[in-house]
Design a binder for this molecule. Structure first.
Ligand code: BG6
Length: 491
């Protein structure tokens, strides 16, 4: 029976208890795990394996406890510093002991502070713990790197350089949990397993695309200190929003193999128009939430946020993709904290028919009604909606909006599996399709950095306040021009 050892660095952290262990249990419950799984948690604080198992169990629903009880004997805790060569040597010996003569695959999960990613990989390499031949079925070594991957292009490149001097790209699994969401995965399936949408999926028929990732939460859980060093652009746009954009805009891949998909994504990300400071001032709106009836504290009053901080909690961008498929089509991107609703949605707005046979040409400055849009609702209501017009029954020529709707709940009663469940399984199985390649993250940083530079340039648009619980700063509406419409309003 093959053995897989999952070594979690940062075992006492939130991510381990809230996401990783539940993901493992979910996979065990679904019967997706092959062979024996051993989990080795590593962290500095001292506790016994029994104590750690008890802590982890507290985060699991009662219904998962029987599965957990079967896994728990294979869950071990080892206290020590990941930066100590002696500790890593001891850990290596312990992993061999647990393997009892077998040659297990090892997944090293870096659930650590980002500043530790590079030194830990260097340490593992020096200890001889991450070397393995390409394509090894047994004795493979992989490293999962959590976000944030760098804080700008330079730091991301430096981190890639360190990782790639000790590991092959096929051993590195850079996580973006949005790619593990069922509905995000469905973007490619929907586009490329149906024949009727793809012919419409280009500048000829699509007038604009909107990607909104709106959140209701603010700095809950005392995140203010961390968040203030990131802001919405780094925290959400550089990764999640641009990953969704890449899946929406990419060309059909040659196959679903990791490199085929990721090569297409990187082409799109590299075709994003890099805005000049003047374009940033015109095409990007940043905001920061203010106290309101919906929330007693504005961003500046949150714990850990420095006085007078100008970190953005909202950003809206009119982006462009300079390639043959999308040239001239605005991509409206938006994300924010403390907004009116939590929802992630992609909308393709199709062009208006060239002639209005029933009503004749549009008069004056009025805009023709745009009848067709496709909505991919990623969360929390997982749906696909196609909007069109129908004739209002009766003698006149009045049209009214109608909609075809598909709801995931119609095909499955269980909630979809959490993103980490799928991603953890893929990392164990060595499938990197839903993970980010080094060049993708660099292309995304190039775009995000240009926006940040624009914000620091003379003549930059100032940060706009918006009331918590609102749709964000009104200034973002002006990113739509002429008859382009406006932001979707959620459901
Ligand atoms: C994380 C960000 O990556 O994604 C958080 O750091 C954000 O700020 C979260 O709240 C959103 O994820 P989800 O899955 O809740 O949409």
């Amino acid at each position: 029976m093959p053995i897989t050892q999952i070594v979690i660095f940062g075992a006492s952290g939130d991510l381990t208890a809230r996401k990783l262990i539940p993901a493992l249990v979910g996979n065990a419950r679904a019967g997706s795990l092959e062979g024996e799984i051993q989990v080795i948690g590593v962290s500095r604080s001292s506790r016994t394996s029994e104590a750690w198992r008890d802590e982890l169990a507290r985060w699991l629903p009662d219904s998962d406890l029987p599965v957990w009880r079967a896994l728990a004997p294979h869950v071990h805790y080892i206290a020590g510093s990941v930066l100590s060569a002696d500790f890593l040597a001891g850990l290596s010996a312990k992993l061999d002991d647990l393997a009892a003569g077998e040659n297990p695959g090892r997944l090293f999960y870096l659930a650590l502070k980002p500043t530790l990613f590079a030194p830990v990989v260097e340490g593992l390499s020096a200890a001889g713990m991450i070397q393995c031949p390409p394509g090894a079925e047994e004795g493979w070594r992989r490293v999962v790197v959590e976000k944030p991957f760098g804080t700008d292009l330079q730091t991301a490149m430096a981190l890639n350089r360190v990782l790639l001097s000790h590991l092959r790209e096929d051993q590195i699994f850079r996580i973006d949990h949005y790619l593990g969401k069922e509905t995000v995965q469905n973007i490619l399936a929907f586009r490329f397993q149906n024949a009727i949408f793809e012919p419409l999926w280009s500048r000829e028929h699509v007038e604009s695309v909107e990607i909104s990732v709106c959140e209701e939460v603010g700095m809950e859980g005392g995140r203010g200190g961390y968040y203030d060093t990131a802001g919405a652009l780094r925290d959400m746009v550089q990764n999640h929003v641009l990953q969704v954009l890449a899946l929406i805009a990419m060309e059909p891949p040659a196959s679903m193999a990791a490199d085929a998909v990721r090569s297409e994504k990187v082409k799109v990300l590299s075709s994003l128009r890099i805005p000049s400071p003047a374009e940033v001032a015109r095409d990007v709106v940043r905001g920061q939430y203010l106290a309101s009836e919906a929330r007693v504290s504005g961003y500046l009053q949150e714990q850990g946020v420095p006085d007078g901080s100008d970190t953005e909690t909202y950003v809206a961008i009119r982006a462009g993709i300079d390639n043959w498929r999308w040239s001239g089509v605005p991509f409206f991107l938006r994300t924010g904290k403390c907004m009116h609703q939590r929802y992630t949605e992609v909308i393709l707005n199709f062009r208006v028919p060239p002639v209005d046979l029933l009503n004749g040409p549009v008069q004056g400055a009025a805009c023709a009604m745009r009848p067709n849009s496709l909505h991919l609702l990623i969360q929390p209501h997982e749906q696909i909606r196609l909007g069109f017009l129908v004739k209002q029954p009766g003698p006149g020529t009045m049209m009214r909006p109608a909609m075809l709707k598909f709801d995931y709940r119609d095909i499955q009663t269980e909630p979809t599996a959490p993103a980490y469940q799928r991603l953890l399984l893929d990392a164990i199985e060595g499938n990197a399709t839903l993970f980010i390649r080094g060049d993708e993250t660099e292309a995304a940083w190039r775009f995000a950095d240009a926006i940040r530079e624009g914000w620091q340039a003379p003549g930059a648009d100032p940060i706009h306040g918006y009331h918590a619980g609102s749709m964000g700063p009104a200034a973002a509406d002006a990113l739509f021009r002429g008859c382009e419409g406006t932001w979707g309003r959620g459901s």
